[in-house]
Design a binder for this molecule. Sequence first.
Ligand SMILES: Cc1cc2nc3c(=O)[nH]c(=O)nc-3n(C[C@H](O)[C@H](O)[C@H](O)COP(=O)(O)OP(=O)(O)OC[C@H]3O[C@@H](n4cnc5c(N)ncnc54)[C@H](O)[C@@H]3O)c2cc1C
Length: 400
Amino acid sequence: MDFNYSNRVTELLNKLNIFMVKYIYPAEKVFKQELKENRSKVPQVIEDLKLKAKEENLWNLFLPDEKLGSGLSNIEYATLCEVMGRSLIAPEIFNCNAPDTGNMELLLNYASEEQKNEWLYKLLDGKIRSAFCMTEPAVASSDATNITTSITSDGDHYIINGSKWWTTNAAHPNCELLIVMGKTNPNAPKYNQQSQILVPMKTKGVKVIRRLTLYGYDESPHGHCELSFNDVRVPKGNLILGEGKGFEIAQGRLGPGRIHHCMRLIGAAERALEAMCIRSNNRVAFGKKLSEQGSIREQIAQSRIDIEQARLLVLKTAWSIDKFGAKKSRDQIAMIKVSVPKMACNVIDRSIQAHGAAGFTDDFFLAASWANSRGLRMADGPDAVHSETIAKLELKKFEN
Ligand SMILES: Cc1cc2nc3c(=O)[nH]c(=O)nc-3n(C[C@H](O)[C@H](O)[C@H](O)COP(=O)(O)OP(=O)(O)OC[C@H]3O[C@@H](n4cnc5c(N)ncnc54)[C@H](O)[C@@H]3O)c2cc1C
């Protein structure tokens, strides 16, 4: 592995760091204020900064495709994505936010030309948002073979019935597309029963039941919603790739998405450690700066070690995906998915503690950042399921 940055990455990294300092961090306050005034509108500051990011060619950096995206490899993008992860509002401004990135990759890799023409280019342009509907309230959805939403053939159309929840982005005022996973044939072999289908958000029968909260945060404007599908009718041309291909597509979609979350969390942890050092250098208790207290120094050191270890594993995973593909890197993808959100939670929690009671408030980015990191121990599958993958692959090496 080569840890040197190419000239292109060095240049982008400098631009990105400047953009963060000049625009993103100051915008966090404005963003909060605008949301306070109206939670069902995209804050203007986001739209304004999206235009600026586009102008500066800091746009769609996640996409390896040279024509439509940046052409960066995963390991090149890792460093840039880490910087974006320092602020919860940054990814959308650079059109690099989940779940749109995963959905765009899905459309690029699996959709027909007509489907791409209808949806992909608008997403790449940041004009609309999209959501991915897999998880269902009634069944253990970490095992996606459990899902019950039906996609039934009816002449030239499919009819969709079911309930979904934790659909990220479904509350976003610009969310126009849902990618829905359901069963087209419950009698087919276990992994061929499911299909994925494009459902325009405004289709009759699609209903947002409620917005969910993550430790009390509604994560506006994108949100996470519970949705119901009641006799939702879409043309057959909306099916992606073909009947029974739902699992194949889901596997392809989650590889890069998972590593992006982990890259961003390294940035979130870095910012938390930075804040911890600044805070503890500037506060005095019992006659000493907090940064002179042994226990705080120990926690700072442990946080630095934790971040460096996690970053190395993320970079190795990105390198492995570039070299061998996501499928052959699935052990490493699972390892970072388990280890990085936990690491970020630990580092951010230490920083919260060092901030005293202030750390729990929204005066600092820490509480929201911790909630987001904790959520990522569940989103894209819980720790236990990824640990099971790691154990299975490890034990396989020693089978008789
Ligand atoms: C912030 C956030 C965003 C999300 N965004 C989306 C989204 O956009 N679209 C979407 O479809 N879903 C989304 N989800 C949902 C997420 O993917 C599911 O919650 C997750 O897959 C787990 O499914 P479940 O909630 O049904 O838990 P269950 O399947 O009921 O599992 C509950 C618990 O059982 C344990 N468990 C499960 N399997 C095993 C095992 N093999 N071994 C040991 N223990 C096990 C684990 O502790 C697990 O946490 C999001 C979730 C969060 C928190």
